[in-house]
Design a protein around this ligand. Structure first.
Ligand code: AMP
Ligand code: MG
Length: 356
């Protein structure tokens, strides 16, 4: 398949180009597009066949549902419906605070949304992105856009157009190059189908942020190993994900112990002839001069920067051909909960306690 790459100004999306890309979606094509979280791979959410092509292009497992992207509430309610007044109130209260933005809300599905989107579920995840190119694309398409992240299934999510081109060139109709994603990790997924909102996947909007609006907010404990849970509430949680080619191990413990342990592990692996990568906070990269590639996640306290840097760093390790990656844990405060969730899964659950 020939893939067209369309460069669009993220600050002022050119109307003719947006109209063209919208038409590609409307007529059944696949378009990769920037959002503030990560790049998405979009199709007309009401067209089961086009949506099926997304799974094909990504190699995505058939039981991992897609998020429906909308530009306004009217379109959101073409796809979703409320099963109680309580749910409706929560939806509008959270929407008023966090939309447009990196929050996906799960409500009940309307029949017009094909099961191909929800993977057979009676619920649907809906998000209103803030990114101008994404909004314009949805408006021009005239339909909501079903979209997962625009990476090959299992690989780190794309936060730059070059990542999408790497994975998707030759597999989709259009790739929009609209600059880098500001947030860098996927949206927070919150389930509004129970008595209290429950965060199924952490993201930039934290469960504390949601609790401040909703009064309370539960969370699904993402720290389970592959296979330990048969039916996680959010189907995508059961796959090894976001993964670089190299083996990855996450080190937890106090900062000094982590640095000491990783230094020790670097020399062990190097003596075996392995190429070693380290993913560390800005303050710590000086400790790892013996590694083959050391990448910074940003200052220790800057969760938002960690989120922005993570997926690009994982792809850089691949490009630099390392065999093993040692990553410092960031802790789980605020946005770092989302960062740790992605690192944990990129490592396939492999965490080790640093020794003192
Ligand atoms: P991706 O856009 O690739 O990050 O994938 C979207 C994720 O949203 C999926 O992996 C699911 O975990 C979650 N999701 C989407 N729709 C639903 C739903 N109806 N119920 C639970 N989780 C959902
Ligand atoms: Mg994804």
């Amino acid at each position: 398949m020939k893939t067209e790459i369309v460069k669009i100004d993220p600050a002022r999306p050119e109307p003719e180009k947006m109209e063209y890309c919208g038409a590609v979606i409307r007529y059944g094509g696949l378009v990769a597009f920037p959002t503030e979280t990560v790049y998405g791979l979009g199709a007309n959410a009401f067209d089961a066949k086009s949506v099926g092509n997304i799974f094909e292009a990504k190699g995505r497992p058939g039981d991992n549902p897609l998020i429906v992207h909308v530009a306004n509430y009217e379109t959101a309610l073409r796809a979703g419906r409320f099963s109680s007044e309580h749910q409706q109130e929560l939806f509008y209260a959270l929407g008023a605070r966090f939309w447009p933005g990196p929050l996906t809300m799960i409500i009940h599905r309307k029949d017009i949304v094909p099961y191909r989107v929800t993977c057979g579920l009676e619920t649907v995840g809906i998000r209103m992105p803030a990114n101008k190119v994404a909004r314009e694309l949805i408006l021009r398409a005239g339909v909501p856009i079903a979209a997962p992240s625009a990476n090959l299934s299992g690989r780190p999510s794309p936060t730059r157009a070059s990542h999408v081109i790497e994975d998707m060139k030759g597999r989709v109709d259009v790739i929009i190059d609209g600059g880098d994603c500001e947030v860098g990790v996927e949206s927070t997924v919150v389930d509004l189908c129970g008595t209290e909102p429950v965060v199924l996947r952490p993201g930039f909007v934290t469960k504390e942020d949601i609790a401040r609006v909703a009064g309370q907010c539960g969370e699904f404990d993402w720290r389970f190993n592959e296979g330990a849970v048969d039916r996680p509430p959010s189907p995508g949680m059961k796959y090894r994900h976001y993964a670089p080619g190299a083996e990855m191990i996450l080190y937890e413990g106090n900062a000094d112990d982590v640095a000491g342990t990783i230094r020790h592990r670097i020399s062990e692996e190097k003596s075996l002839g392995k190429r070693v990568g380290v993913l560390a906070t800005q303050e710590h990269i000086c400790y790892y001069k013996d590694a083959d590639a050391v990448l910074s996640l940003g200052p220790a306290k800057d969760g938002a920067e960690h989120a922005r840097a993570l997926f690009d760093s994982l792809r850089q390790f691949d490009a630099r051909g390392v065999d093993v990656i040692f990553a410092e844990s960031t802790g789980c405060e605020g946005v770092d909960d989302a960062v740790m969730n992605r690192m944990f899964r990129a490592a396939g659950g492999k965490t080790e306690k640093a020794f003192g």
